[in-house]
Design a binder for this molecule. Structure first.
Ligand SMILES: Nc1ncnc2c1ncn2[C@@H]1O[C@H](COP(=O)(O)OP(=O)(O)OP(=O)(O)O)[C@@H](O)[C@H]1O
Ligand SMILES: [Mg+2]
Length: 225
């Protein structure tokens, strides 16, 4: 675990709402090593999702820089960012965001189709087997439990072979045992495919499954953690 894959410098994000400014991120210097598993914790509104969105190229900073896998996202145009997101970043959200009209297999391969990329059928089979949803591929999302839907969302995120997996409260809708299973699998898969994993969580037990915990407060990283 030597090479740095994520590095933000003086990263700030301000939102202008009517007459006032919300400082969501306030000069964040954040570094993640390749293949590291980092959890981000902190109170609601402290800037966790905003930071994850910046690292994933979902939003532009107000100031500062974000380097991910050697690319300076802060200098990229929307079109380049879209390509970065499709090829490098696997997103997992609290709402699984599966497409209701597509079966599970088609949901998993959808981002690849979107990118015009080849579907690595062997990898997909391996992913769904390891995530214990191999028998659900013909089903539609509404027929699956929350934990199964989230495991399908993980398969979808991993199918693009991302360098980095970004998960925003991935277990927010699951009970404790399903939560631990989902994060346990995510961790095993990230290790297996040598991916970097960043997980936002409110659950301290889950946070402690990471190599390192980073705590945000009022848009800043708390020191000494
Ligand atoms: N699009 C937006 N417009 C205006 N303000 C925003 C926007 N997105 C986020 N904010 C504000 O930025 C701050 C940080 O929000 P963020 O979503 O990053 O918090 P969070 O730590 O993820 O919280 P939670 O744990 O509740 O998800 C909050 O004060 C929020 O209201
Ligand atoms: Mg959030």
């Amino acid at each position: 675990m030597e090479k740095t894959i994520v590095k933000t410098k003086s990263l700030s994000k301000h939102y202008h709402v009517h007459a006032h400014t919300v400082i969501a991120l306030d000069g964040v210097d954040f570094e993640v090593k390749e293949r590291e598993f980092v959890s981000i914790i902190g109170k609601s509104g402290c800037g966790k999702s905003t930071l994850l969105h910046m690292i994933g190229g979902l939003d532009f900073p107000t100031s500062g820089t974000i380097i991910v896998d050697g690319m300076d996202l802060s200098k990229m145009k929307e079109e380049q960012l879209a390509i970065f997101r499709r090829r490098k970043a696997g997103f997992i959200f609290q709402q699984y965001n599966l497409i209701p009209d597509l079966n599970i297999y088609d949901n998993i391969t959808f981002p690849l189709e979107l990118d015009g990329a080849a579907v690595d059928k062997e990898l997909i089979q391996e992913l769904v087997k390891e995530l214990h949803i191999a028998d659900k591929l013909e089903m539609f999302p509404s027929m699956l439990s929350g934990g199964e839907q989230q495991r399908a969302a993980i398969a979808r995120a991993l199918a693009i072979k991302p360098a980095i997996i970004l998960a925003d409260e991935p277990t927010g809708n699951l009970d404790t045992s399903a939560s631990h299973e989902v994060i346990g699998l995510l961790k095993v898969m990230a290790e297996k495919y040598q991916q970097t994993l960043i997980v936002i969580t409110h659950d301290l037990d889950i946070a402690q499954m990471a190599d390192r915990i980073v705590r945000l407060q009022d848009g800043k990283i708390e020191k000494g953690k």
